[in-house]
Design a protein around this ligand. Structure first.
Ligand SMILES: Nc1nc2c(ncn2[C@@H]2O[C@H](COP(=O)(O)OP(=O)(O)OP(=O)(O)O)[C@@H](O)[C@H]2O)c(=O)[nH]1
Ligand SMILES: [Mg+2]
Length: 212
């Protein structure tokens, strides 16, 4: 990632705050990290999971920096950015953890599931194996570790429609089967940042509702 969070760093890195200003989401000032959850401030932890090269890091870049890179630099550890939302007059700070999809880093990825309020699972609509692994590998591990995590499922790379292997209907079926609160297809390459933020905010709102 940019700044101090490069892909060559395997563990913790500095928070990179991103200011957001969309519809129901007002931009808020950057803040210093706090472990306290004050009455008008809520801190959430989300984790991004899925096979290597499905587009997790690209999604994070589009959400936070509105950029896209054609090259694939495999993540080798974990990295995060903090997104800020205003929901019902509360400031919600979401740490979004981007994990590495390669098998050899799986145990690291798994350790970030613990304590996660939500998991966003991603597959590549042009690679059937990434869809199968979602239910056979990622979902199994997720539920074994933390059965209460709110789940969102994203099928990525809709710009590659000509080589699509997984239909939208099958994505929806999987989502229903796994009890995901949100399923949609996106393109980290072509989707507008604002649209991705709205999808993200919907999941945030589900998490907040689930807490009450
Ligand atoms: N055409 C297209 N390519 C994409 C899209 N999203 C990501 N890619 C490409 O897919 C490759 C992998 O993207 P990454 O974001 O690095 O994938 P990742 O899931 O983070 O992979 P790991 O870090 O190895 O787990 C890169 O070459 C990206 O440019 C998309 O929506 N459309
Ligand atoms: Mg990555």
């Amino acid at each position: 990632m940019g700044n101090s969070c490069s892909n060559s760093q395997a563990s913790l890195c500095d928070v990179v705050d991103d200011q957001i200003d969309i519809n129901r989401t007002d931009a808020v000032e950057s803040r210093s990290e706090s472990i306290f959850e004050q009455s008008d401030e809520i801190n959430l932890k989300f984790v991004l999971l899925g096979d290597s090269a499905v587009g997790k890091t690209s999604f994070l870049y589009r959400l936070t920096e509105d950029r896209f890179f054609e090259s694939h630099v495999s993540s080798i550890g974990v990295d995060y950015k903090t997104l800020h939302f205003n929901v019902n007059e509360k400031k919600v700070h979401v740490q979004l953890w981007d994990t590495a999809g390669q098998d050899r880093y799986r145990s690291i990825a798994m350790s970030y599931i613990r304590g996660a309020d939500a998991a966003i699972l991603m597959y590549d609509i042009t690679r059937a194996s990434t869809f199968q692994e979602l239910s056979q590998k990622w979902m199994v591990d997720l539920k074994n570790i933390n059965d209460n995590t709110v789940i969102g499922i994203l099928g990525n790379k809709t710009d590659l429609e000509a080589t699509r292997m997984i239909s939208t209907q099958n994505g929806k079926l999987l989502s229903d089967q796994e009890g995901a609160v949100k399923f949609t297809e996106i393109s980290a390459k072509n989707s507008a940042k604002e649209d991705l933020l709205l999808i993200f905010q919907e999941i945030v709102e589900f998490v907040l509702k689930a807490r009450h």
